[in-house]
Write a new protein. Structure first.
Length: 335
């Protein structure tokens, strides 16, 4: 640390990286939260561990790699450790009152919605020339969900190569691996992503915050809050999905989703819903509130995020956890 204390040039160049919201640390934080470890509390711990490890290691930084590469190497290894630990979590159970069978039982995906307001506050950081995904694609819920299906090492390779744009040689150095191994993992990761992501022939979503997007979201909110199941189903694509991560029950298609919503309506009884609009992962979203049975108030019951395809909804993602509401500026209770 002597060079740091005396103001060596390589150490002086590090100073801006610790000045949040500096572009580099913000981009690392976004990568940790939105793609690698999409569970807010774990992601925050990983980011703090990364920054602490980097600060403690300043004396060993010799400038042989760029600051960006050096920091991402530390972040990548911390993320891999967190992913391995999360794989040992028990699978959560779904509602026990359902009479309809799910279309399938998927894997438990530990992810949360990410507020657009925090994304908008980030500096615009250009990825490397080898990146295949734009920043807005990499934070979309479909992309984030697809990434969760990758093994930890493949996820790291895909993020470093195709999202952040690092060359294979630098990725191999970060992972203490060979370029051949990195390229092999990348090919497998790309194949999985191609199977999981919508194809290029799908109709694009409306522009964010456009009148067209607001119209679809508003029609959904009105129908859902009114328990108008036919109205909700009319907005769906023929292959739409209703999922509730990390619960593994998944329903596909208007008929299956309608049957599921009818089961929910039977459980809810005369109580009403209220939906408060917000945005998550670049998409329309809602704070979800359920009326109390014995009091004239609505209590928070998680969130809903919509994935749009043209003027239709191709996915409804229901998050039942309330711990993330404060990040969206949403209250725990409505009068």
């Amino acid at each position: 640390m002597k060079a740091w204390a005396t103001g060596g040039s390589s150490q002086r160049s590090l100073i801006p990286a610790w000045n949040s919201p500096n572009a580099l640390t913000s981009r690392i934080g976004l990568g940790v939260r939105s793609d690698w470890v999409m569970w807010t509390k774990v992601a925050e711990d990983v980011l703090q561990e990364t920054m602490l490890a980097a600060w403690r290691g300043l004396g060993q930084y010799e400038g042989r790699a760029s600051l960006r590469t050096w920091l991402y190497r530390i972040a990548t290894n911390r993320c891999l450790n967190a992913l391995r630990a999360s794989s040992r979590r028990p699978s959560p159970e779904g509602p026990t009152f359902l009479t309809v069978e799910p279309t399938r039982r998927g894997e438990p995906l530990w992810l949360e919605p990410y507020p657009d307001v925090l994304l908008e506050g980030l500096p615009d950081v250009a990825a490397g020339p080898e990146a295949r995904y734009e920043a807005k694609e990499a934070i979309a819920l479909a992309f984030v969900t697809a990434v969760q299906h990758l093994p930890p090492r493949q996820r790291a390779v895909l993020m470093l190569r195709d999202v952040l744009g690092f060359p294979s040689s630098e990725v191999a150095d970060m992972l203490d691996s060979s370029e051949a191994s990195v390229n092999s993992a990348l090919q497998r990761a790309r194949a999985t992503m191609a199977d999981r992501l919508p194809g290029p022939d799908r109709e694009r979503a409306p522009l964010p915050r456009s009148a067209r997007e607001r119209d679809v979201a508003s029609r959904f909110a009105t129908a859902f809050a009114a328990n108008d199941i036919d109205g909700v189903v009319a907005l769906l694509t023929d292959d739409a999905w209703f999922t509730m991560p990390p619960i593994t029950l998944e329903f596909q298609g208007p008929a299956a989703i309608a049957a599921f919503l009818r089961d929910i309506a039977g459980w809810r009884g005369p109580r009403h819903y209220r939906l408060v609009p917000t945005r998550a992962n670049g998409q329309p979203a809602f704070g979800f509130y359920l009326q109390e049975a014995q009091a004239p108030v609505f209590r928070a019951h998680g969130m809903i995020v919509l994935t749009l395809e043209g003027d239709r909804i191709s996915a409804i993602t229901r998050f039942v956890d309330n711990s993330n509401l404060a990040r969206f500026g949403l209250p725990r209770m409505l009068p």
